[in-house]
Ligand binder design. Structure first.
Ligand code: DGL
Length: 260
């Protein structure tokens, strides 16, 4: 049975973990949240690559068959280095997300939101151009969505959530995008609030998009199998455990501290 390694800068990658397990509850997973070094979204390519390689080496030492880079920032900045360093397949969220957007668009006007480093890397913009040449791409960072999601402030009726979403998303209304990529692990939690500001716009969840591609690589495990899920963090586990349930959709009962 395939064992999948998943890493993120912290807790957000659990949205990817959740999307994968919704399709294949029988898969074994090893998750690493680099909580000691987050956020990645404001850091340089060199630093994010350095951290990503350490995370990948740790997960490889746990005997994984496939590495999923759940963090959009790490996927945008470190994928070539990870692929060069590992002997197993490495999947990032950017390409699946871009391909899903290329399939979803009806008017060739695609928006992307992500962290500062993801957007300034141009990775989504390039991947969309490759998947859908000729599409107009509008890309903007939405950094405050990350702490809002971690704080649990995701209710679309909440005044703060509405104001932040309106301000960040106004350029996409102006650009008349018909599709928007949620290019950050935390944004699926704000899906409803984002959707309200952009009525009629197709929202592409990069977590869902990568889950579909994982399915193609590993195949379906036997049904009824009891899977094993291990969680590791680089800072003490308390904060991770307190927030994890919101991202994973169920309680995480234990996480082990590791130095990577
Ligand atoms: N996981 C990051 C991402 O998807 C968001 C949080 C961070 O900045 O570390 O880009």
């Amino acid at each position: 049975m395939a064992r999948i390694g998943i890493f993120d800068s912290g807790v957000g990658g659990l949205t990817v973990h959740r999307a994968i397990l919704e399709r294949f509850p029988g898969l074994d997973t090893v998750y690493l949240g680099d909580t000691a070094r987050l956020p990645y979204g404001t850091k340089s390519a060199d630093v994010v690559t350095h951290y990503s390689l350490r995370n990948a080496r740790f997960l490889s030492s746990r005997g994984i068959d496939l590495l999923v880079v759940a963090c959009n920032t790490a996927s945008a900045l470190a994928l070539p280095a990870l692929r060069a360093a590992l002997r197993i397949p490495v999947l990032g969220v950017v390409e699946p997300g871009a391909r899903a957007a290329a399939r979803a668009t009806r008017g060739d006007r695609i928006g992307v939101i992500g962290t500062q480093s993801t957007i300034s890397s141009g990775a989504y913009q390039q991947a969309i151009a490759a998947a859908r040449p000729g599409a107009a791409v509008t890309a903007r960072p939405c950094p405050l969505f990350v702490p809002l999601a971690e704080e649990g402030w995701t209710d679309p009726e909440d005044e703060v959530v509405r104001l932040v979403a309106r301000r960040y998303l106004a350029p996409f209304l102006e650009a008349r995008v018909d599709t928007l990529v949620l290019g950050c692990t935390h944004y699926p939690l704000l899906r409803e609030a984002i959707g309200r500001e952009l009525p009629g716009v197709a929202l592409v969840d990069s977590a869902d998009a990568i889950a579909t591609e994982v399915a193609g690589l590993v195949g379906a495990p036997a049904t009824g199998r009891v899977a094993s899920h291990q969680f590791f963090v680089t800072d003490t586990p308390e904060r991770f455990l307190a927030v994890a349930g919101r991202f994973l959709g169920r309680t995480v009962t234990g996480a082990e501290h590791v130095d990577v």
